[in-house]
Write a protein that binds this ligand. Structure first.
Ligand SMILES: C[S@@+](CC[C@H](N)C(=O)[O-])C[C@H]1O[C@@H](n2cnc3c(N)ncnc32)[C@H](O)[C@@H]1O
Ligand code: SF4
Length: 392
């Protein structure tokens, strides 16, 4: 592979693939745990948003024309609040902007409300072939505590209707919730595995600054959260039960049967290139052999105004080889496949400290197989400190 001017390998992104992320920043209400770029707005003019998305896709499409697009992901916020006609217009423009892979994966995050579910066929007809439903809990009291607007019954119905409509369906659950015991989580996970059809995202509740839960936590009012030991036991039980059901833990919080992995997320975790469009969206694009990060303005009104005015709605930054190496390590070790040391050295222009690596292997946190490194189940529990050690 030919190195570019500062030594980083040109076109390395091809090893990870090429995808498109579209961010829809609106929700019906704000969940108290959520720090995603999501806003509640009484009125959203979908025609204005359509024009802005189309303009951005055209602009970035011209920069990256000819690349085969492997995945599209509509995330949010709540993209299932987008009219099917808006999704259709975006996907039509996407097909004009890039050649599309025959097996393209087009995912949408969907909330289980009845209005959203009523739009499923429209999304499918527009080209969406994978849906990720935000179930979050299979317990009505906990759904209420999480600020969700749906019931367990509605969530299960949404998953079933999605399974009858789309080729591939996943759903999300949040565990390690207030007052949740290990046996309760095991029962809920068993129910989830019976309902699932090949993919699950299972997240431990994290308390984020700047959220309603974050504020309550700081004031000592968020009671009954599991301690670290119980959280770790819940994670290990999750690994054991998903594995027994034929799901592999292909990433820290993602579980899939063979072939059902989210290909879009795998592009992030394997240092591929992806375009990010919409308020707050992140991207990574290699242009002329130079890998850049992009970050769009997060405020929806400001983003829309900039795009409408034909001004830059995102900032781009050249990523140094060191930054790229760190990113590959941090993202790659989230996956069961881990990282390829030869690729790491090409990207980073340096090697991983051997003594630190040997220590981590000795204490069972890293599994070294030939030129591949992967975090073990115990290593994943303390992934941040494993990565810090490997970065020297
Ligand atoms: C972009 S969000 C939500 C998508 C969709 N609006 C919904 O709520 O279903 C993707 C997922 O992140 C998870 N999530 C968000 N905040 C979290 C937190 N603080 N702790 C754990 N999981 C979280 C939820 O499971 C959520 O479904
Ligand atoms: S969890 Fe989903 S529905 Fe709730 S505020 Fe965040 S993005 Fe919106």
């Amino acid at each position: 592979m030919k190195p570019d001017t500062d030594g980083s390998p040109i076109e390395d992104w091809r090893e990870g693939g090429f995808g498109l992320y579209i961010h829809w920043p609106f929700c019906q209400s704000k969940c108290p745990y959520c720090d995603f770029n999501s806003h509640v707005s009484a009125k959203v003019d979908q025609d204005r948003w359509r024009a802005a998305y189309l303009k951005e896709i055209e602009r970035v499409g011209a920069e990256t024309s000819g690349r085969v697009l492997q995945t599209v992901f509509f995330g949010g916020g709540t993209p299932s609040l987008m009219a099917p006609e808006l999704i259709d217009a975006i996907l039509t423009m996407v097909r004009d902007a890039w050649p599309i892979a025959n097996d393209v994966e087009i995912t949408m995050e969907a909330n289980p409300g009845s209005v959203e579910v009523g739009r499923f066929r429209g999304y499918r007809d527009a080209g969406v072939n994978r849906v990720s439903v935000g179930v979050q809990a299979l317990n009505d009291a906990d759904l209420k505590a999480l600020g969700r607007l749906h019931s367990v019954e509605e969530a299960k119905a949404a998953v079933e209707i999605a399974q009858n409509t789309f080729d591939r369906v996943s759903f999300d659950l949040i565990y390690a919730r207030q007052r949740q015991s290990l046996p309760e989580w095991r029962r809920e996970l068993a129910e989830a595995l019976a309902l699932a059809s090949g993919h699950l995202s299972l997240y431990q509740l994290t308390i984020e600054d700047g959220t309603a839960f974050g504020d309550r936590f700081r004031r000592g009012l968020l009671r009954g959260l599991p301690d670290e030991d119980l959280g770790a036991d819940m994670y290990l039980a999750t690994q054991e039960m998903t594995e027994a059901a034929g799901y592999s833990s292909y990433e820290v919080s993602n579980y899939a049967k063979i072939g059902q992995e989210s290909r879009h997320n795998c592009i992030y975790w394997s240092a591929g290139d992806y375009v990010g469009i919409g308020p707050g969206a992140h991207g990574r694009i290699t242009l002329g052999g130079i890998r850049k990060s992009s970050e769009a303005i997060s405020n929806p009104i400001a983003w829309l105004a900039k795009v409408e005015a034909g001004e830059a709605a995102e900032q781009r930054q050249h990523l140094s080889q060191e930054e790229q190496g760190t990113e590959y390590l941090m993202m790659g070790l989230r996956r069961d496949l881990g990282i390829d040391l030869d690729r790491y050295e090409r990207i980073a222009g340096g090697t991983i400290p051997q003594a630190a690596l040997a220590d981590l292997v000795d204490i069972g946190l890293i599994d070294a197989r030939g030129r591949r490194l992967a975090a073990t189940a115990s290593g994943r529990l303390v992934l941040n400190s494993v990565i810090a050690k490997l970065m020297g």
